[in-house]
Design a protein around this ligand. Structure first.
Ligand code: 5AD
Ligand code: SF4
Length: 452
């Protein structure tokens, strides 16, 4: 019998990328091989995102396209996973009868078993969300049936799932369920396996990593074990060279965590700290539990602990009721912090959220105009920030090498392009002198001295 081939199309965040790896491993264990095209695979999994309406629309149009492919290849099986699956559940199969299985965010570890059950005519929608869910123990396996990783030296490791914050605009607490932290031992064991297989950079992932260990005990001996403890323990793993994490909620950014940036050399000088808005009034309606002054105070403390830290953020423009004065607060905040980069979004109504029910929605044209103003200012700031690196020497983790050049990333997570042949391979750390700064990347030349 020909081996069955699967293809996973992932939308959305790093959490979803990592979930795709977990599903791939589950399928490999069941004899599937990785396929390289959606059109030819025996099993297609659409791993979905519903954080904004646009992401969800992309999923729906891809499912429409797959209807035609399935008409010509009825044996192809189609599974929808991730946040849209969680939210829409059986409605997906009602609208798209060519879908074979819909699985929610807490069921990805069981995908192979659920596919088999669906094939035998069982349940086709498995989306229940348990409040007392425990993340199963998971160890990566080096199986040749898995697709070769794009960057085998850099990996994401999930440390928690779900979110209890209920920011009023956000669908995540509904699609990913209650916050649950993974056992510290499972995390450490997984990272050790990864490092032994050649990984040198790890990014710890969770919706709000700062509250790791808060809702359930993660260490059998220490009931107070928290995120700063985990960072310290991961950093001790020999062979690991770089450590990052995302995402952090400003309200939970503790003093202990800020100290980690001063005390743990492997922890990269980079932090993504979503602020969302620069108006206290809007932050309150967003249910963020901090003020602009609180946020600025944390930024000061971070910069004191680690002067080299590069800060990035997320911003939503046009939240319901946002006035021009509220938006100017966001622009002022941008100038005060001078973020190295940011992701900015027009507010998008998500079904089931509290903000969705608010009156006073901002006109689409106004949102677009505010977004453009914000992004133009951020672009100028990113260029100014990048120019600060010119003349400096930075350690760069090489990602790609070709005959004409190479590229890699600094500890601050800046992309560096080399226009020379480097005597190295992807995964090597080299020193670069930064010779030119653009808006989105830096240019470097190989250098001798190590500075960071
Ligand atoms: N509309 C616009 N942006 C949103 N985000 C989350 N929910 C929404 C929404 N309803 C943004 C936030 C978050 C990022 C991942 O997506 O800025 O930090
Ligand atoms: Fe959404 Fe807020 Fe939770 Fe982040 S912290 S996932 S924005 S509810």
């Amino acid at each position: 019998m020909m081996p069955r081939r699967y293809y996973i199309k992932t939308f959305g965040c790093q959490m979803n990328e990592r979930d795709a790896e977990i599903m791939a491993q589950s399928l490999a264990g069941d004899g599937y091989l990785a396929g390289d095209s959606l059109e030819q695979a025996d099993l297609v999994i659409i791993n979905t995102c519903s954080v904004r309406a646009k992401a969800e629309q992309k999923v729906m149009s891809l499912l429409g396209f797959l209807r035609k492919i399935k008409a010509s290849r009825p044996e192809m099986r189609l599974c929808v996973a991730g946040c849209v699956a969680q939210q829409e559940g059986a409605r997906i199969i009602e609208r798209m009868p060519h879908v074979d299985l819909v699985i929610g965010t807490q069921h990805i570890y069981r995908i192979a078993e659920l596919l088999e059950a669906a094939r035998l005519g069982g349940q086709r929608t498995v989306i229940d969300l348990q409040d007392n869910y425990q993340i199963p123990r998971f160890l990566p396996q080096s199986q040749k049936c898995l697709p070769p990783p794009v960057r085998p030296f850099r990996k994401f490791v999930t440390i928690m799932q779900g979110c209890n914050n209920f920011c009023t605009y956000c669908v995540v607490p509904y699609t990913r369920g209650r916050e649950v932290s993974r056992s510290a031992k499972d995390i450490i064991d997984e990272i050790k396996v990864l490092v032994e297989s050649g990984v040198i950079e790890i990014t710890l992932l969770g919706q709000n990593v700062n509250s790791y260990g808060r809702t359930n005990q993660v260490d059998t001996e220490n009931p107070d074990y928290g995120f700063a403890d985990l960072l310290g323990q991961v950093a001790k793993i020999s062979g690991l060279k770089r450590l990052r994490f995302t995402t952090s909620h400003p309200k939970d950014l503790s003093e202990a965590l800020i100290r980690c940036f001063a005390d743990i050399p492997k922890l990269c000088p980079q932090l993504h700290l979503p602020v969302q808005a620069g108006s206290d009034r809007i932050l309150r309606i967003m249910n963020r539990h901090y003020t602009v002054a609180d946020y600025l105070e944390k930024v000061n403390r971070l910069r004191k602990a680690c002067p080299a830290i590069a800060l990035t953020t997320d911003i939503i423009v046009g939240f319901p009721g946002e006035t021009e004065a509220d938006f100017s607060g966001t622009m002022d905040l941008l100038d005060q912090v001078r973020f190295h980069g940011s992701f900015s979004f027009k507010y998008s109504d998500r079904p089931g959220t509290r903000a969705c029910k608010l009156a006073d929605k901002v006109d689409e044209m106004v949102k677009a105009e505010r977004l453009a103003r914000f992004q133009a200012r951020q672009d100028a700031l990113s260029l100014e920030r990048n120019r600060e690196y010119v003349g400096e020497v930075r350690a760069v983790l090489v990602e790609e090498v070709s005959s004409s050049g190479a590229r890699g990333r600094t500890g601050t997570n800046h992309l560096v392009h080399f226009q020379e042949t480097l005597p190295c391979r992807p995964g090597d750390l080299v020193n670069a002198r930064i010779v030119h700064a653009g808006q989105h990347s830096l240019q470097g030349r190989l250098a001798e001295k190590e500075e960071s």
